[in-house]
Design a protein around this ligand. Structure first.
Ligand code: SF4
Length: 266
């Protein structure tokens, strides 16, 4: 067997393995990530917007054990976020949706805001879009309890509209403190509002997705954290084409590569 035919067989095996996890209707084709992120060195851990040669200073999240991170997140939720009335969204919410998962996760997914199912349960990403996100996480060889999932705003914008700038502003500090405590190795932003707010850009998700970005200096020790923008699962469900699904899967594969994860076995 030639080298080329061996590669083709390996690729076919890999696709079959993925299909068994995602279901045949999820897939593909796999497109290549256009802008792989170089391995992160301490001196490179800086913002693209304010790049310097200095490594970030140690932060709260660097010095906490997983148990201390869990306690810090719980304290933030119980003493502040859960009773928050800093913006009008508190008037129509049923539950605050703080976020969920491993307090010491290497990977954090950030969406825009809770929907109806999340507002009813207090859990992030539990509706149809949540089911798809769960399948995407499983396809990466992880489960939800191994990552952290949260949103830009913690209360549901009525009618599932995008959060208004003043609502994002009011809630911003909670997200930053979550990220400062967790200190993830990689952040995946889901959709336009999460991507544009965290990267502080007006460039849209269609242009940004699939290309590694770095967090600007938005929090203590967060500058330079690798960010992979991808489609929001709700968008994938609305545009359920092989092309859209393939692009999203390509983005997640780049994240797996960055985290050193291997493709799950069939
Ligand atoms: S969205 Fe954020 S800032 Fe607004 S009330 Fe809810 S927790 Fe407070």
């Amino acid at each position: 067997m030639t080298q080329n035919s061996t590669n083709l067989v390996d690729t076919a095996r890999q696709l079959l393995a993925i299909e068994s996890i995602l279901g045949s209707d999820w897939l593909l084709p796999v497109s290549r990530n256009k802008n792989p992120l170089p391995p992160l060195q301490p001196a490179e851990h800086t913002s693209t917007a304010t790049a310097t040669a200095e490594a970030p200073s140690p932060t709260v999240g660097d010095t906490l054990s997983p148990e201390e991170k869990a306690a810090a997140l719980a304290e933030l939720n119980q003493s502040e976020v859960n009773n928050c009335k800093k913006c009008p969204l508190h008037q129509t919410r049923n539950h605050v949706v703080f976020g969920d998962g491993d307090p010491a996760a290497g990977l954090v997914f950030v969406g825009e805001g809770p929907g109806a199912d999340e507002d009813a349960t207090g859990k992030p990403f539990v509706g149809r879009a949540g089911e798809l996100l769960t399948r995407m996480i499983h396809a990466m060889g992880l489960d939800r309890q191994q990552v952290f999932i949260c949103n830009i705003v913690k209360c549901r914008p009525p009618g599932n509209r995008n959060p208004a700038p003043e609502e994002v502003q009011a809630c911003w500090n909670y997200l930053i403190r979550q990220l400062e405590i967790i200190r993830p190795r990689v952040i995946v932003t889901l959709g336009n509002p999460a991507t544009q707010n965290l990267l502080q850009t007006r460039v849209g998700i269609t242009k940004l997705r699939g290309n590694w970005q770095r967090l600007p200096d938005i929090g203590n020790g967060l500058a330079g954290t690798p960010v992979m923008p991808t489609f929001h699962p709700s968008y994938i469900l609305r545009r359920y084409t092989p092309e859209i699904r393939g692009k999203a899967w390509s983005d997640l594969q780049a994240v797996m590569q960055q985290l050193g994860l291997t493709m799950p076995k069939k």
